[in-house]
Design a protein around this ligand. Structure first.
Ligand SMILES: Nc1ncnc2c1ncn2[C@@H]1O[C@H](COP(=O)(O)OP(=O)(O)OP(=O)(O)O)[C@@H](O)[C@H]1O
Ligand SMILES: [Mg+2]
Length: 270
């Protein structure tokens, strides 16, 4: 009921992505079944769910890398039928080109678009400062930390100014501190873009997203949609976020902190 309500509140005008009765099977394994979802223009959507429930597969279909067995995805009312730099996907494990410096990696998309050298230089400069890598422009990927590589990969995707960003656990491999910094950066970067983020980190989802989709185990279906009413930038310690975290963890079957009683040793990630 909640799902149809969410869809009916959305007018055709602000609908950016429409996932319509999507199904995907690998041989006898049904990974996604009759999955429908609408994402608003400029919305930040987070998807959480058990490991192996089909989140990455869903993102790959939405970004045109994988064709569904049934159903379709439209972006701006146009059916997705292959990868498109306007709708970029960032994976957890970014393959920066090892023989290119940070600047040269960020410039790749712009070179493909045959932008002028001046334009490329200017744009790369802006992006380097956006992700805090100004002092490392000439470094090669192997000379960077994991978090810096992740930031460089994010800048590379942002260089072509996509209007949709698909992020598959982009900060999954990072330490807690770097994650927090990059989440703050993502809040700034998000402005105007439609973002779909897959994450195992419930706090990350609630800190960033307008709505959190909770998926069920295979075959992946929407179990619940949790709207996050707080304006960004959000206070990580807010009572609303704490209550929502408890609710999401409850739905996922994980226990939360109740009062001062700390229950199992989990860091609220799934
Ligand atoms: N190319 C493939 N061939 C066969 N099965 C696949 C393929 N890709 C994914 N699967 C299967 O689809 C299911 C969902 O995989 P997917 O990577 O989408 O899960 P996920 O929700 O992203 O999991 P995680 O949270 O662990 O990243 C898994 O059972 C996986 O084995
Ligand atoms: Mg995955």
């Amino acid at each position: 009921m909640e799902i149809s309500l969410a869809l009916s509140n959305m007018t055709a005008n602000n609908r950016k992505i429409s996932v319509e009765k999507l199904s995907l099977s690998f041989a006898s394994l049904t990974v996604i079944e009759q999955f429908s979802l609408t994402v608003r223009e400029g919305e930040f959507l987070a998807i959480v769910g058990p490991s192996g429930c089909g989140k990455s597969t869903l993102l790959r279909i939405m970004s045109g890398l994988v064709k569904p067995t049934d159903g379709r995805v439209t972006i701006d009312n146009v059916e997705v039928d292959g990868p498109n730099p306007r709708h970029n996907l960032v994976f957890q494990d970014h393959a920066l080109y090892p023989w290119r410096t940070v600047s040269q990696n960020i410039a790749i998309g712009l070179e493909i678009q045959k932008r002028s050298a001046v334009e490329i230089r200017d744009k790369v400069g802006v992006l380097l400062s956006l992700v805090g890598l100004e002092s490392f422009a000439g470094y090669y990927p192997h000379q960077l930390s994991g978090g810096m590589r992740q930031r460089a990969a994010l800048a590379r995707v942002l260089a072509v100014d996509p209007d949709v960003l698909f992020l598959d656990e982009p900060f999954g491999a990072l330490d807690a501190m770097t994650r927090l910094v990059l989440q703050d950066e993502l809040v700034r970067i998000h402005s105007g873009k439609t973002v779909v983020l897959v994450t195992h980190d419930v706090e990350e989802a609630l800190f960033l997203a307008d709505r959190v989709i909770i998926m069920s185990a295979l075959p992946g279906r929407i179990r619940e949609i949790i709207p996050v009413p707080e304006k960004r930038p959000r206070d990580r310690g807010s009572t609303t976020l704490a209550q929502l975290k408890r609710r999401v963890l409850g739905i996922l079957g994980l226990e939360a902190v109740v009062g001062n009683t700390r229950v199992p040793d989990v860091n609220f990630a799934i």
